[in-house]
Design a protein around this ligand. Structure first.
Ligand SMILES: Cc1cc2nc3c(=O)[nH]c(=O)nc-3n(C[C@H](O)[C@H](O)[C@H](O)COP(=O)(O)OP(=O)(O)OC[C@H]3O[C@@H](n4cnc5c(N)ncnc54)[C@H](O)[C@@H]3O)c2cc1C
Length: 323
């Protein structure tokens, strides 16, 4: 069996789950193994929906102390499930949580983990292509372990389509966890600032960098994003300067975005920033320096002061919308 560990929230699969399922489907096809999934604390409706991806068996990991995300306890529970099911391979999305959980499973089982893979060839050993160094290097590696543990680099593979009409068998697994698994506990959860649409899934992202000049300068970006039904993000400089919260950071150490359109304003285009924006279908860069690195990476460029360009753009969009 190929086991996919999937994230979900309030009755919906995480948006990265179909990417993990795509790689899991590919391994299942190569090996002729059935596709299975595990959801920690998942509900039956989410589990049933996985039949659309060809998943034949879903295990709901049920434990009254796993309601909130506790990395060590979840990792321990999933390692016990892997031990029980003995899958051929275990796949999760390369989200912060997916990477953390698979690292726990790898540590507990003593197996190697290939993080952030983009392609897999099954065999003995498995051959994987994986993203390294913040996206600046693609590595061909051998993965010699059974089960083969891997996470899928975000926004690098075509998500699996939900086209099948299977009814998966739904099973429950209650792990026996000792007190040590709960050394790290969740003590408080702070809701993220409501932004309407999340940065990771927004169809349009308006990003601001040092060139925006101040926290107040982001009002223009907020207005443009609102007109386009998008979200506002920023570079690490703006989060370091306190102009935006860390949750708004795009990049290697922030959120990876994959919008239809990324409008990058006053951002130079450092590699660590672009790693987080590489899933964008189109990039429009607005920068006063025509030689800024981002101008060579964007599909469309406007060389000019964003404080002049953005008001003009907003006025045109409002006119076109009859506002
Ligand atoms: C380990 C590591 C991890 C990192 N992770 C991240 C990350 O996740 N995300 C990230 O963003 N960075 C990250 N960085 C930082 C990254 O290297 C850059 O320093 C950062 O992205 C630069 O931010 P910036 O483009 O806003 O600023 P700058 O590089 O200073 O660029 C500002 C740009 O604004 C333009 N500009 C100035 N005024 C105007 C104006 N009025 N109108 C239009 N354009 C104007 C300038 O021409 C310039 O191109 C990381 C660095 C390291 C070492």
């Amino acid at each position: 069996m190929i086991l996919t560990i999937l994230e979900h929230d309030r009755g919906a699969l995480d948006s990265a789950a179909p990417e993990a399922l795509a790689i899991a489907q590919s391994i299942a096809q190569q090996t002729g193994s059935p596709l299975a999934a595990a959801l920690v604390g998942g509900d039956e409706a989410v589990a049933a929906g996985l039949g659309a991806y060809g998943v034949q068996t879903v295990t709901l990991v049920a434990h009254d102390r796993l309601g909130s995300y506790i990395p060590e306890a979840w990792g321990c529970a999933l390692a016990l499930l892997v031990e029980k099911l003995q899958p051929e391979a275990v796949v999760a999305a390369g989200t912060d949580r997916g990477n953390e959980l698979l690292a726990h499973i790898a540590a507990r089982t003593g197996l190697p983990l290939a993080a952030n893979v983009t392609a897999v060839q099954s065999g003995s050993p498995y051959r994987v292509t994986r993203v390294r160094w913040g996206g600046s290097l693609l590595e061909e590696a051998e993965l010699d372990g059974s089960p083969a543990l891997m996470t899928v680099a975000l926004h690098t593979v075509e998500p699996a389509a939900a086209g099948a009409s299977l009814s998966p068998a739904i099973e429950s697994f209650t792990p026996e966890l000792d007190e040590r698994a709960f050394r790290v506990r969740l003590v408080e959860q702070a809701a993220a600032r409501e932004q309407g649409v999340s940065l990771a899934s927004a169809p349009v992202v308006v990003g601001g960098g040092r060139g925006v000049g101040s926290a107040e300068g982001f009002t223009l970006l907020e207005e443009l994003a609102a007109l386009l039904g998008g979200a506002v993000g920023g570079s690490r400089v703006v989060t370091n300067l306190g102009w935006r919260p860390h949750a708004d950071q795009i990049g290697q150490t922030g959120t990876r975005i994959a919008p239809e359109l990324y409008i990058a304003c006053g951002i130079s285009g450092a590699i660590q920033h672009m790693v987080g924006a590489r899933g964008s279908k189109q990039i429009l860069a607005i920068n006063s320096d025509p030689d800024a690195p981002i101008m060579a990476k964007a599909n469309y460029t406007v060389a000019g002061d964003l404080h002049e360009v953005l008001p003009a753009l907003i006025a045109e969009i409002k006119k076109a919308k009859g506002l």
